[in-house]
Design a protein around this ligand. Sequence first.
Ligand code: NI
Length: 135
Amino acid sequence: MRTTIIRRAHFNAAHRVYRKDWSDEKNREVFGPCSNPRYHGHNYSLEVQVTGLVDPTTGYVMDLRDLKQIIEEQVIRPFDHRNLNLDTEEFRDLNPTAENIARVIYEKIRKVLPHHLDLRIRLMETENNLVEYPA
Ligand code: NI
C-alpha cells in the first residue's frame, strides 16, 4: 500500500537571479526584476512529499515529526531569513532560481531520508509560480 505523506513548511529568503559573467543589462533582459542587483525577497512555500509503504506496525509511511525535524535542519535553519546568494554555500556559484532551490532542497533531504522512501519537492516562489523536482 504505497502512500504519500506531505509536510508543508515556509521560509523567507532574499536572492538575486543572475549570471556573474553577464552585465546588469543582460541579466535584466533575461531574468527581469528577479535580477535586481540589490536583491529582493520571497516568502517560499515548500511541500515535501514522501512516498513509501505503510508500515503495518505503526500505520505510518514515516513519522511526520521526523520529517518536520529533517526539514527544519536541512532547509529552514540554513535558508530562512538568509540571502541565498551571499549567506549560503549552495548558491555561492549556483543561480538561485526556484528550479535550482528545489533541486538543492531535494538533495539535502535525500541524503538524510531513509533509502526505501521516495521523495519529491514542490517549491512555491509566489502564489502562482511553483516548481516540482524531480519532474
Ligand atoms: Ni525572485
